[in-house]
Design a protein around this ligand. Structure first.
Ligand code: AKB
Length: 320
């Protein structure tokens, strides 16, 4: 990886991944791809940025040529709850956007990272310890786009030799950029409300187990996979990766260890609950561990300690 483009660089994962890539590969070598404007801040000040909307192949091609890009982290996406509300837009960004980027990767010989998700599974998938290779019949547009994306990436590798690699991310928890429109967003929002108000109204019901991961691990996973020795990769795309699995009660108990007065009530959002109910409780990520050394640093307790500490600082500074 010498010259890197990150599409969706202002999103939840993209904003932190871009900064980390700049630290490791040099600021001038990592281009932040944006859809329209980039707000003031570190992302704007620390390196190049360009308008690179995945649904506009000419924009992406221009950036790839200008910066001699050899690796694309394609993070532009619409998360599950929003894609369910606007399925046509979900398909356009999720599938047409990826197709454009794959074609450009083929033509300009770029490696490509594609984030799939636990959303690529569906109600007929085994729910516990979900295997790497198993039934994938998702019933959401987000899931349909993720399965399609996994297949397209496999196809471009086999048919054209494009170096495609990818992960099935669980819910990602971060103290920097808020997620937008996902089903697992509650696991981030809860920390902000717990610190500020001492209480939280949860949109998913008790007993809804989902895989999760702290952002530093999510970023490390993407970089580690892209740097992995290709001869060790049997799967290449769509590796299950997880770091923890919990339901809202377990998360609330972990938070109470730091904020004993914290209270959680429920007001279940039926749309989000239906999506969460179609996803696994916990995935088996042994293929990722074996093929490229995946090994997360954060578990529930260490993630919770760090989240509370960082969000307290944000709150004390009046940043939210
Ligand atoms: C979402 O909830 O849509 C995402 C995901 C699990 O892919 N966080």
């Amino acid at each position: 990886m010498k010259n890197i483009l990150v599409t969706g660089s202002v999103g939840q994962i993209g904003s932190e991944l871009t900064l980390e890539l700049r630290k490791r590969y040099g600021s001038d070598h990592v281009v932040a791809g944006i859809r329209k404007t980039l707000p003031e801040g570190e992302l704007k000040e620390s390196g190049p940025y360009e308008v690179a909307d995945a649904t506009d192949p000419e924009q992406i091609t221009a950036v790839v040529k200008k910066y001699k890009i050899d690796t694309i982290f394609h993070l532009a996406a619409i998360l599950s709850a929003v894609a369910e509300k606007y399925p046509q837009r979900g398909w356009d960004v999720g599938v047409n956007g990826l197709y454009n980027v794959l074609e450009i990767a083929r033509e300009y010989n770029c490696a490509l990272f594609f984030p799939s998700s636990i959303g690529a599974f569906g109600p007929t998938t085994p729910r516990d310890n979900t295997p790497q290779d198993t039934i994938q019949r998702p019933n959401t547009m987000y899931g349909v786009t993720k399965v399609t994306g996994e297949l397209l990436c496999d196809y471009y590798y086999k048919r054209f030799g494009v170096d495609t690699r990818g992960l099935r991310y669980p819910g990602i928890i971060s103290n920097v950029t808020l997620p937008g429109g996902g089903t697992t967003d509650y696991a981030v929002e809860i920390f902000y409300d717990a610190v500020k108000h001492g209480k939280y109204v949860c949109p998913l019901s008790k007993g809804t187990f989902l895989d999760m991961m702290y952002m530093p691990d999510a970023i490390e996973a993407a970089i580690l996979l892209m740097e992995a020795d290709p001869s060790r990769l049997k799967h290449r795309n769509a590796f299950n990766v997880t770091a923890m699995s919990f339901d809202p009660e377990i998360l609330a108990s972990a938070i109470k260890k730091h904020l004993p007065g914290f209270e959680m009530t429920y007001d279940v959002d039926p749309d989000k609950q239906a999506i969460a109910d179609s996803w696994p409780n916990s995935m088996d990520d042994s293929a990722a561990r074996e093929e490229w050394g995946w090994n997360p640093r954060y578990d529930l307790d260490s993630m919770t300690t760090d989240m509370i500490e960082k969000i307290r600082i944000k709150h004390e500074k009046g940043l939210y």
